[in-house]
Design a binder for this molecule. Structure first.
Ligand SMILES: *[C@@H]1O[C@H](CO)[C@@H](O)[C@H](O)[C@H]1NC(C)=O
Ligand SMILES: *[C@@H]1O[C@H](CO)[C@@H](O)[C@H](O)[C@H]1NC(C)=O
Ligand SMILES: *[C@@H]1O[C@H](CO)[C@@H](O)[C@H](O)[C@H]1NC(C)=O
Length: 214
């Protein structure tokens, strides 16, 4: 049942891609200039099937009583950590609630990793009490209240790196996942800024993190 559903969605995806392929290619030339966006379009087919299959499977393993409403589930475990991107920045939440990056460890980079289900996580800033979120524009922000956009799927990568992608976005099954990422701040190597999640790609160093116990 599950396998046939997945096969079905892949078939639908391929049909959609073949129908819209021409349009996407012309958009790429006419309106889209960013390297990452071009790369996302090129890899859309591969990553979107991986991503949507994962989200469906992970949400399905949640207790049936929740009707997939993972926001009603209490965390089963809490762990104080720091997240350091493979680009060299610790993920920080500043007093203002802004998400940033720093090459050194600060109080702003102490995070509480909350486990909702084995691969479903929430990331809370210990100093501010705010949760990391990804909004519908693909921007990395923080939120005080529990809502679907503070939930991430954690993927374990080779060499003990982890990546975190939004469980809620993107809505479109044609799009690859939106990941948490940190890149260098323009003009100052000491600081990092959050990448626009809607422009990230799995495998990029910006989106790979080491998780260090605090
Ligand atoms: C971090 O917090 C501790 C305790 O709240 C404080 O003593 C220390 O000065 C802070 N360090 C920095 C770098 O802000
Ligand atoms: C980066 O910014 C900090 C503070 O804003 C400053 O002290 C430092 O010198 C800057 N580093 C570079 C390489 O510009
Ligand atoms: C990613 O980071 C590793 C070091 O962790 C580095 O060797 C590699 O060149 C980086 N890749 C890119 C594409 O920057």
């Amino acid at each position: 049942m599950k396998t046939s559903k997945i096969k079905m969605s892949i078939v639908v995806l391929l049909i959609v891609l073949s129908i819209t392929g021409q349009e996407i290619r012309s958009n790429e030339v006419v309106t889209i200039t960013g390297r990452h966006i071009k790369k996302r379009i090129k890899h859309a087919e591969k990553f979107s099937s991986f991503f949507h299959k994962n989200v469906d499977e992970l949400v399905e393993i949640l207790p049936p009583t929740t009707h997939r409403d993972y926001t009603s589930l209490k965390p089963t475990n809490f762990r104080k950590v720091r997240l350091k991107s493979r680009t060299g920045y610790y993920l920080e939440v500043l007093n203002s609630g802004k998400v940033a990056g720093n090459t050194i460890e600060t109080n702003y980079s102490v995070l509480e990793m909350q486990v909702i289900a084995p691969q479903i996580k929430r990331i809370k800033s210990v100093l501010t009490g705010k949760y990391i979120s990804i909004n519908s524009d693909g921007k990395v922000k923080t939120k005080t209240n529990i809502s679907p956009d503070i939930y991430f799927i954690e993927e374990v990568l080779p060499h003990s790196f982890y990546s975190y992608f939004s469980i809620k976005y993107p809505k479109s099954t044609k799009e690859p996942p939106w990941l948490l990422g940190l890149k260098q701040k323009v003009g100052n190597k000491s600081y990092g800024v959050a990448c626009r999640a809607s422009r990230t790609l799995p495998g990029d160093n910006e989106t790979q993190f080491s998780v260090m116990d605090f």
